[in-house]
Design a protein around this ligand. Structure first.
Ligand SMILES: Nc1ncnc2c1ncn2[C@@H]1O[C@H](COP(=O)(O)OP(=O)(O)OP(=O)(O)O)[C@@H](O)[C@H]1O
Ligand SMILES: [Mg+2]
Length: 606
């Protein structure tokens, strides 16, 4: 990326972040107001030194003794008090008042800035999460779970750091720097110009350092994704890890990811720790030069002792805020790197949903027409020229070897991937023309790997659109899926809390909950992808019978490896390597003596 482009994209980044802040402009304004008071307090405390010192020397009067003195003389009548007597009252009162103002400013600045920052972070996090709810399947195919999780947890938190701490320091201390510099110019602009000479050097250091920070921050983020991914995998698959003796391997992978993270963090810390002293030294040189010039007889004559001390105090006071601003740069760059990544995610395409067609309840005529498909980012054609149709109410079984494309076909029907060549229609309307939510409402699916949520059994069945289903309906669905028999034995029946992804349930029990969920949905198209594969023969037959009743008035697509379960389908479609190689009834296919007959014989010779 060229320098100009980088700057340009940085501006985009700031502007985009600002857009999140705009709704809270009043809080932002309150906060800025607070910080203005805070920095004003700082500047005037330096000015107070002049009042104090000049009155000690018995020099001058009124406005010449500084801004605070000017105000004090204007507000209070000193009468015939000497400057020292007046200062004895004025300075302590001003000290307390200034400290109070400064504290109030600090409070308002900090508190309201936190409000703005926390809202910014909350909205970013929410937008990112909502984005993940709308992202297409290919997004999930190309990112590992751990990396995605770490974007929501770690990356967003990096923005929090920048938004809260860094913004506070930059605005609060930045205003103090501006205030002090203005005051210096007001006291003696010529002398202050010396200070301006080091400003470009400081700016250069800040900019070079910033670039390094950004680079390391990006790497730290990526490595956090890897750390999360390895942890996720090892926690989720702890049994495999142990059974196959994978501890060492997982440990090594974790070590690698974590060590990379440490190294990048250390590099960042090195630059961070170096940059502040470098800037400090530059400041010290500038200050030294300033003192040298200030003490030169020519200039000295223009200063009262008080204003010289005020000048040096203010110049000395500059050190701390500049150091603070420069030291939060690493936090800011981490935040910006994270914001960059978050915005890149937010800019990704959503699942396409441009169709407008809706139906209350589809009849359930499905047709696949010359359908071919390649998974995005791969080049294997996993479906080739698939054409067949299913009449409303028909039960079709899809059979074929593992990897022949059965599940892919179903995924396309549910529009998890856009159809590339050919088309799929439901009731004669291409599925792409349906509104996505409406299309999916027509499909009840039990997929090959069941997902359960960390919630009660009841809420797992009455999930999503089905939330609000009556207890009777849920119970009836569970009865049909033969799930009630084990649910009754759970500690709290339907109200038992399931763990992570239904841990604590057997494979067959999980499948039965998924079937109950699909039955409750009562959609015109029922899709069962290996829905009963984890059940024993007896349970499978019982559920099969229950499902047959349910299939009666709807279109159904059943995928099964165990051919005994698909014998009774109206039609059996045999797939091989992405193609349809035969279709017909069980007896017809056996008579043909093709792949189906071969698979069937294998099953029964076992
Ligand atoms: N998300 C994906 N990205 C890339 N390729 C995929 C993806 N999912 C599946 N495939 C590939 O597509 C082909 C068909 O897979 P599919 O899951 O449709 O097979 P299947 O017939 O359902 O097999 P099984 O009976 O084992 O479930 C396989 O070669 C598989 O490797
Ligand atoms: Mg499959």
């Amino acid at each position: 990326m060229t320098e100009a482009r980088a700057r340009d994209s940085d501006w985009h980044l700031y502007r985009r972040l600002l857009r999140y802040v705009i709704p809270y402009w009043y809080l932002f304004a309150l906060s800025i107001g607070g910080y203005v008071l805070y920095s004003l307090g700082n500047v005037l405390l330096a000015d107070l030194m002049q009042f104090l010192l000049d009155s000690l020397n018995g020099a001058g009067q009124a406005a010449e003794n500084g801004l605070v003195a000017g105000a004090a003389y204007a507000l209070l009548d000193p009468g015939d008090m000497t400057p020292l007597e007046f200062a004895r009252i004025g300075v302590p009162v001003a000290m307390v008042l200034l400290a109070f103002t400064r504290s109030m400013g600090y409070f308002a600045g900090n508190y309201f800035m936190n409000h703005v920052a926390r809202n910014l972070v909350h909205e970013l996090r929410r937008d990112l999460f909502n984005k993940m709810l709308l992202a297409p399947s290919s997004y999930y195919d190309h990112h590992s779970q751990g990396v995605l999780i770490s974007k929501i947890t770690f990356n967003v938190e990096q923005v929090t750091g920048a938004a809260t701490k860094a913004l506070r320091v930059v605005v609060g201390e930045g205003l103090t720097v501006i205030g002090l510099l203005s005051y210096l110019f007001y006291l003696n602009w010529r002398l202050s110009l010396i200070f301006m000479l080091v400003a470009p050097c400081i700016a250069l250091v800040v900019s070079v350092v910033g670039k390094h920070f950004r680079r390391y921050s990006r790497r730290i983020q990526d490595s956090m994704g890897d750390v999360t991914q390895v942890s996720n995998e090892s926690i989720g698959g702890y049994k495999e890890v142990r059974l196959f003796g994978g501890q060492q391997q997982q440990g090594d992978r974790f070590e690698l990811a974590s060590a990379y993270n440490r190294n990048q963090s250390l590099k960042l810390a090195l630059v961070d720790a170096l940059s502040t002293p470098v800037i400090q030294t530059m400041l010290a040189v500038a200050l030294g030069a300033m003192v040298w010039f200030a003490l030169s007889p020519d200039i000295l004559s223009g200063f009262s002792a008080g204003s010289l001390v005020a000048f040096l105090t203010a110049a000395g006071l500059l050190g701390k805020p500049i150091r603070q601003v420069s030291s939060v740069q690493s936090v800011i760059q981490r935040g910006l790197a994270a914001a960059e990544d978050i915005f890149a995610q937010l800019d990704l395409e959503n699942e396409p949903d441009t169709g407008t067609h809706t139906v209350q309840r589809a009849r359930g005529d499905i047709a696949f027409e010359q359908l071919s498909f390649v998974y995005p980012g791969t080049d294997l054609e996993v479906l080739q020229d698939i054409s067949f149709s299913i009449k409303a109410g028909e039960a079709v079984a899809l059979v074929g070897r593992s990897g022949s494309g059965k599940s892919t076909l179903i995924q396309l029907l549910a529009r998890f991937y856009p159809v590339q060549r050919g088309r799929i229609t439901l009731d004669g309307v291409p599925i792409a023309d349906y509104r996505l939510g409406n299309l999916r409402r027509q499909l009840a699916m039990v997929s090959q790997d069941v997902t359960l949520f960390n919630d009660t059994v009841f809420n797992n069945i009455a999930y999503g659109d089905l939330a609000g289903a009556s207890r009777e309906a849920v119970t009836a669905a569970c009865e049909s899926a033969h799930a009630m028999e084990f649910i009754d034995k759970l500690p709290a029946g339907l109200d038992t809390e399931l763990g992570d992804d239904g841990s604590g349930l057997s494979g067959g029990q999980r499948q039965r909950l998924a079937i109950a969920r699909a039955i409750l949905k009562d959609a015109p198209v029922l899709i069962l992808d290996e829905a009963t594969s984890s059940l024993d023969n007896e349970s499978e037959h019982r559920i099969q019978r229950a499902l047959e009743t349910i299939m009666q008035n709807r279109t159904s697509i059943v995928i099964a490896h165990r051919l005994s379960t698909v014998e009774r389908a109206d039609r059996i479609v045999v797939m091989d390597e992405g193609r349809i190689i035969a279709s017909g009834s069980h007896t017809e296919l056996l008579a043909e003596d093709g792949l189906y007959a071969q698979l069937y014989r294998q099953e029964f010779s076992d």
